[in-house]
Design a protein around this ligand. Structure first.
Ligand code: A3P
Length: 275
């Protein structure tokens, strides 16, 4: 089991806190937590457990890069540190700030079919409201403009799913080769091949195997096996049941996202079977 080094271990093994060599920059509800936890199965990867929000939060950013580095876990010098903060993908200031830290950093973006992602995003916000005993609008009301009966492009959950718009901002700073796109829908159903593509992208020897991933029928998801004694599933908040959405609204969203998706495939060179 990795992480939480003791003082003795730090001194004995020359452990260091290193800036990330790769960042999972988004997308919110794409499967960012699953991706980080699964990559952490690799012996050469250490993860920052919490979302650090260094580059998207002005107050944190003002604390400087040493503050950021000190948030990183202890690791062996040969290991690579990875953090994930899904807000990075959609926040205007972030690409330039990351570029200033390390212009050759590797950037991971995990995406899901955009309408599903938007509903997942809505479901998370809804759960937050319900926890505070507040009522909330139905998805249909938020996603559709009442006057035009067209997709409400001001709704954040819709905007976040326009992947190409966000990626294009990033491409002003980083060449496309520095990005790797992960298929979040496939990471749910068949994680290993997606993880193997990431290992390749990160120039890591293939170490994650089928042994490390087992399907948990009760959870309905793959869970992680680190070794004979330690295994874990993601928290219950990952894999929520989505509310049913009016099929005509779904169709409108599919049509709305379609041209943006085409552009996204074109830019990334990765095609998905999205409607
Ligand atoms: P849903 O809650 O819509 O099912 P993020 O970590 O970026 O918030 O993404 C959450 C999503 O990760 C969940 O969305 C879930 O479907 C997906 N996911 C992928 N692999 C998973 C796994 N092994 N266990 C639980 N959730 C997983």
């Amino acid at each position: 089991r990795k992480g939480n080094a003791t003082k003795e271990q730090i001194l004995l093994h020359n452990l260091v806190q290193q800036l990330p060599k790769a960042i999972i920059i988004g997308v919110r509800k794409g499967g960012t937590r699953a991706l980080l936890e699964m990559l952490n199965l690799h012996p050469s990867v250490v993860k920052a457990s919490q979302e650090i929000h260094f580059f998207d939060n002005d107050e944190n950013y003002a604390k400087g890069i040493e503050w950021y580095r000190k948030k990183m876990p202890f690791s062996h010098p040969h290991q690579i540190t990875i953090e994930k903060s899904p807000a990075y993908f959609i926040t205007d200031e972030v690409p330039e700030r990351i570029y200033k830290m390390n212009s050759s950093i590797k950037l991971l973006v995990i995406v899901r079919e955009p309408t599903t992602r938007a509903i997942s995003d809505y479901t998370q916000v809804l759960e937050g409201k319900e926890r505070k005993n507040k009522t909330y609008y139905k998805f249909e009301k938020l996603a559709m403009d009442a006057n035009t009966c067209e997709v409400n492009t001001k709704y954040k959950a819709v905007r976040t799913s326009i992947y190409t718009k966000h990626l294009e901002r990033w491409l002003k700073y980083f060449p496309i080769e520095q990005f790797h796109i992960v298929d979040g829908d496939r990471l749910i159903t068949e994680p290993l091949p997606e993880l193997q593509l990431v290992e390749k992208f990160l120039n890591l020897p293939p170490r994650i195997s089928q042994y490390n991933l087992y399907f948990n029928a009760t959870r309905g998801f793959y869970c992680l096996r680190f070794n004979i004694v330690f295994n874990k599933c993601l928290a219950g908040s990952k894999g929520r049941i989505h509310p049913e959405v009016d099929p005509s609204v779904i169709t409108k969203l599919h049509k709305f996202f379609h041209p943006f998706n085409q552009k996204f495939y074109q830019i990334t060179g990765r095609t998905f079977n999205w409607p």
